[in-house]
Design a protein around this ligand. Structure first.
Ligand SMILES: Nc1ncnc2c1ncn2[C@@H]1O[C@H](COP(=O)(O)OP(=O)(O)OP(=O)(O)O)[C@@H](O)[C@H]1O
Length: 239
């Protein structure tokens, strides 16, 4: 554990302006982190990426994705929230990585400009690997201990079985307490990681929920157990 608390300070009151137009961000005072793995869950647009990006910015990571020393040009991504965020560390780490599924392509391009992109990523440019293979190459070759990893929807490129591989990687890195992950996800598989804190961004505030209480678990379980009935209801004309 390294990052213990995220505080929002000196919010301005113009609630029509992003990021304080987002109810969860407007209502957030402080967030305590007490497990090596924390998940952000919630509906699309509830503010998960906004908070994650601000934390990445305050960690000194490239907000387009990457670590501290990864400087590359893509459409400017400045975090509107970072200015208001204070992080409390014990102890402080500077190692780590921010993974954004949506801009991973640009990060891979940047690596290609360094040393043909083949150095630490399994001997092949990330562009010559499939999206999911490239993600996993990054996880297996770049992730190591004494670091904090911020992952925004890492499941985007991963098959279910590769999501299990990622769970194993996270398990190996966190079992001695020397790594911390904050993961925004919609994946009921990733959310099943044991002893993680799950923070829901629904209902206009951040609240800890149990795995079995998440929509991800409940809807997926209901769908798998009642697929025909579920689809009949979904496609019926009745409101
Ligand atoms: N740069 C921006 N300027 C203005 N509004 C923004 C900006 N970025 C995001 N928003 C808005 O803020 C809200 C929260 O977006 P955010 O990306 O944080 O949601 P999210 O919970 O990560 O959603 P998802 O699960 O779809 O990734 C959305 O309504 C979005 O349109």
């Amino acid at each position: 554990m390294f990052l213990r608390e995220v505080r929002i300070e000196n919010k301005h009151l113009n609630t029509r302006q992003y990021p304080f137009s987002i109810p969860v961000i407007r209502n957030l005072e402080s967030l305590t982190l007490n497990q090596p793995v924390t998940f952000f869950v919630g509906e699309n647009g509830s503010g998960k990426s906004t908070l994650m990006e601000a934390i990445a910015d305050k960690c000194g990571f490239n907000t387009a994705g990457g670590g501290r020393n990864n400087y590359y040009e893509i459409d400017a991504q400045t975090s509107a929230l970072a200015h208001y965020v204070r992080l409390s560390w014990l102890p402080k780490v500077t190692n780590g990585f921010f993974l954004r599924a949506e801009s991973f392509y640009h990060f891979a391009s940047y690596l290609d400009t360094l040393d043909g992109g083949t150095g630490p990523y399994g001997g092949t440019s990330l562009h010559e690997q499939s999206h999911g293979e490239a993600f996993l190459s990054l996880f297996t070759n770049r992730f190591n201990k004494k670091a904090i990893y911020l992952l925004d929807e890492p499941e985007a490129a991963l098959s279910p079985s590769r999501q299990f591989t990622l769970l194993r990687i996270i398990y190996d890195l966190t079992e001695t307490g020397e790594c911390q992950f904050i993961i925004a996800t919609h994946s009921p598989i990733l959310l099943g990681f044991p002893n993680a804190t799950i923070l829901s961004f629904d209902d206009e505030k951040i609240e800890e929920v149990r795995y079995e209480e998440t929509d991800h678990y409940r809807l997926t379980k209901y769908f798998l157990n009642n697929r025909e009935r579920f689809l009949e209801e979904l496609f019926s004309d009745e409101e």
